[in-house]
Design a protein around this ligand. Sequence first.
Ligand code: SAM
Length: 292
Amino acid sequence: MTQWTHIPVLASQAADLLLTNPNGVYVDGTLGLGGHAKYFLSRLGSSARLFGFDKDEEALAMARQNVQDARLTAVHASYTQAPQVLKDAGINGADGALFDLGLSSYQLDNPQRGFSLLRDGPLDMRFDLSAPLTAATIVNEWGLADLERILTEFGEERNAHAIAMAIMAARRQGKIETTFQLKKIVESVVHGRGKIHPATQTFQALRIAVNDELGCVRTVLEVLQDIVKPSGRAGIITFHSLEDRMVKNRFKELASGGAWRLVNKHVVAPEYEEVRQNPRSRSAKLRVIERV
Ligand SMILES: C[S@@+](CC[C@H](N)C(=O)[O-])C[C@H]1O[C@@H](n2cnc3c(N)ncnc32)[C@H](O)[C@@H]1O
């Protein structure tokens, strides 16, 4: 069986900024393969607790295996459910919470999950395999206007109209079922620019739409006060400008209200060495806020 790994991004910086109480309660909103969780637990005391959330049950099973620590409670739920899960556990706010957005290398590299344009697989792209909406449904059933809208809003794709038209034309010939079919459709109307494949933004847009990624970020930014207690901190690692803009603006708004303060005025980005060892980290940005 393939042993999947995921190198946690900005792990020591996130731990330095978030772990203020060695025996506190923490939330890992995006447990993934447990990279951050394992590292955080290595820096916490024996009575600390960590609630790890993921929409992906396959990831949760691997995280439990990788972390193997009784201080971890792994929950199959969206991180937007964290307020309720903490409340049900009788916890009145966490000392710290981390949200490491996007997808894990396991999801990206496993062709069966349909996220990668480098690997042929079914057009799936769901974080949660029990959710009804797949990328295939969007590509085969959504109308032109909706396709164009998600390509523009979630992919910041300049050729959204041409790509949406090409998808509509292709699906009249038969169902679009695989990542490589979709990749070829995009290649037929958009030509590559430099190192970025012409279908990169289309794949990003579909993934964001399938998983309502921006909706989840928006929701969690509204309920942070129900996740962290006073003097608790929340940190968010983003990988693209759409998410980073949302986090930056909301954090500024919260800080200007006086109930929160920005812990880092400037965004925390990986050092050269981290990017060299883990190229996936190159676009990562960490912002941390503290509840006053
Ligand atoms: C970048 S990975 C996290 C990797 C993890 N920090 C590690 O070090 O192994 C992001 C994870 O968040 C999960 N995810 C994305 N959106 C989510 C949401 N709204 N609720 C819970 N999990 C989510 C994905 O399924 C994925 O496993």
